[in-house]
Design a protein around this ligand. Structure first.
Ligand SMILES: NC(=O)c1ccc[n+]([C@@H]2O[C@H](COP(=O)([O-])OP(=O)(O)OC[C@H]3O[C@@H](n4cnc5c(N)ncnc54)[C@H](OP(=O)(O)O)[C@@H]3O)[C@@H](O)[C@H]2O)c1
Length: 298
């Protein structure tokens, strides 16, 4: 639909978007999954992630000028704003200069999944010599976590269908386990009887999550991205654990753009489709079968 051109207020930036990145949170928001905890104004433009050129800046904006190539997060449900559109306003703290060496489509694939991945490796203290198991690793967040964890010298075990195994190894995984071939915990413990130090799980409900924690050594860490970790149950098993909540920042966006430009972070755009096909792309995301990131070309 056509909407009036948004105006940047104080501290805000108006961006002509060239690409929007799709995340599962987009269809979760459309479903009303966050209830009254996230106030929403209609008409609501969906979409957190985007990249494009600065068209205008509001008063007090210091970090950007007209013409800058930027990327970041645009979803502001309380204002009805998002990134699946041509012109969007963001707070300047939600944006950073885009990586210079890649297209807008590639930059649009980074913000939410990249910052999530970066915060995950920090908060689980992944470092040299630690062994980490990542489930749901072939999606947007997982392909970044795999690279960042391997980059820190960790031994990275991931779930992947056979067709994705080689790609995941190229991103730094030491071993892959086919989640369509039987319980992951059994497969991992058969290959690594002493288990892992850290579990990062993106796909399991509460019962399956507890089952997966069998792979984690005493005193290890187990994290759920979808709210399946129960602190009391984890304590009973002598594990540290939590339900991850992302904490975005402009500094993190700058770090990620720098890593992309330095060739240390590969962005896997699995699918690029025109904006008009956003409903189909969202429907595909709902199936949980994304391989890498989906980007909407605007
Ligand atoms: N808590 C937070 O702050 C936060 C932040 C970001 C994301 N998230 C959540 O984290 C989840 C992952 O996000 P994403 O952007 O990476 O999603 P995504 O790009 O849609 O990726 C989903 C991936 O999961 C794999 N998968 C599905 N079922 C699986 C299973 N049973 N075992 C192993 N792998 C399985 C899929 O591979 P196959 O098709 O091969 O099965 C696909 O590669 C979403 O639910 C998202 O909402 C939470």
């Amino acid at each position: 639909m056509e909407l009036p051109q948004p105006e940047p207020g104080p501290g805000e930036v108006l961006v002509r978007l060239a690409a929007a990145g799709l995340n599962p949170i987009d269809w979760k928001l459309a479903d009303g999954a966050f209830g009254s905890s996230v106030p929403v104004a209609f008409p609501l433009v969906l979409g957190s992630d985007g990249a494009g050129e600065v068209l205008a800046v509001g008063t007090g904006v210091r970090r950007f000028t007209v013409g800058d190539a930027v990327f970041g997060q645009f979803q502001r449900p309380e204002h009805g704003g998002g990134s699946y559109c041509e012109l969007a306003v963001a707070n300047e703290q939600s944006l950073a200069q885009a990586a210079r060496s890649v297209t807008y489509a590639t930059s649009a694939a980074v913000p939410t999944a990249g910052m999530t991945a970066y915060n995950l490796v920090e908060e689980t203290r992944i470092s040299e010599g630690r062994r980490v198991l990542i489930t749901g690793a072939t999606g947007g967040v997982g392909t970044f976590v795999t690279q960042l964890a391997a980059g820190r010298g960790a031994e990275v075990l991931v779930t992947a269908r056979p067709a994705m195994a080689e790609l995941m190894r190229n991103l730094g995984a030491s071993a892959t386990f086919d989640h369509t071939a039987g319980p992951i915990a059994d497969q991992v413990l058969a290959a690594y009887p002493d288990g892992v130090d850290v579990l990062i799980d993106m796909v399991s409900g509460p019962g399956e999550f507890v089952e997966l924690t069998r792979t984690v050594r005493d005193g290890g860490t187990a994290v759920s991205l979808i709210g399946s970790a129960d602190a009391d149950v984890l304590t009973e098993h002598n594990l540290r654990g939590f339900n991850f909540v992302n904490r975005p920042s402009p500094q993190l966006l700058e770090i990620l753009a720098g890593q992309v430009d330095a060739g240390r972070l590969t962005v896997l755009v699995g699918r690029e489709v025109p904006l008009e096909e956003a409903p189909d792309a969202l429907a595909a995301s709902r199936t949980g079968r994304a391989q890498g990131k989906t980007v909407l070309a605007i």
